[in-house]
Design a protein around this ligand. Sequence first.
Ligand code: 13P
Ligand code: SF4
Length: 402
Amino acid sequence: MVIEAGTRPAPSAAQLQCETDTGIATIPLVQEVSFGSWQRGIPAEYQGLGAEELTARIRAARAALGSRVVILGHHYQREDIIEFADERGDSFMLAQYAAERPESEYIVFCGVHFMAEAADILCQPHQQVILPNLEAGCSMADMASEPDVRSAWRELEAFFGTAEDIIPVTYMNSAASLKAFCGEHGGVVCTSSNAGKVLEWAFERGKRVFFFPDQHLGRNTGHAMGIPLEEMVLWNWRQPAGRLGGADPAALERSRIILWQGHCSVHQRFSLTQIEEARAQYPGVKIVVHPECRYDVVQAADANGSTAFIAKYVANAPAGSVIGVGTEINLVSRLAKEHPDKTVFCLDPVVCPCSTMYRVHPAYLAWVMESLVRGEVVNRIQIPEETKRYARIALERMLALK
Ligand code: 13P
Ligand code: SF4
């Protein structure tokens, strides 16, 4: 259902729906319109299974495996996946879980590629991490490739005469090779739940931060720490090498944060206009958004934080509250269902789910779980040892920050 701007009805169950709602219900894998771009290697026997059979088979595999397996689910996972999650959380909590819980032999990570990679880097050698659909990636993470980051680093080193006082900080939403790059160059990883603390850590060690891949999280965090916008410069990775990422040399000279020009296509959709309309229509409405949203959106919101923060914000709001949320629709819809005493709605009435998170269809979960029951590990995520060594350094620096 599409609700036109300005004609938004009072928040209701209808408002929680979007054009893609029918796509959120479980339908057999072959009927998914975008199945063609998902992992095709899944055996044919799983491709036509309906919701009921998939649920029963996943439950049976779950019971057969017992504590040998733990299923982790990110907050953006679909309902038909999150119902099987033993633990759900934001990307920080799930990484922490993988680092601290050696009991299960298998970690089935219902989330996206970079999250499963982080789990493999942090878990114990006897544990194996499995991503149900290998095509569940993250378009933001894909905006920063290792060769592009290394090339930018070389340019920065040449421009400043040294890179010693530049601290590379990568958002969790990045490839393992970039986490390793940070570990190797005195840098660190951050998530949306600890970016402020991580940047403080970085500024205790260097004069500048090179932040990738999400410009919005970097800018919003820098601003919250009191760094003026004029001291943050954008690095456009699409520029040919040698052009300083399109940055003005004087701006680069005075910069404290160099922001990679990456973004999340789900969060970049939220706008100031949506917040203004929500405030005009629902006096007293509270607005909470994810820090991957644009600067003006975060400024206009009442609060911003990670997916776990958003969940807590809604849970802690008094009964009767009306809350407009700027994040992925699966989480918003779930929060609305879990808190029937509050009105929780998505700021963008036509918002789409994160299309890559959505690729973890129950058919893939059934396939990987039943394979484990047979003693076969499919879709294992395994980071090469050398990359793991340095990436772990950067992740552990983050985990050590209290
Ligand atoms: P969180 O760390 O807040 O869960 O965010 C992960 C993410 O991908 C948001 O788009
Ligand atoms: Fe990546 Fe955005 Fe999806 Fe998060 S919501 S996984 S940043 S594409």
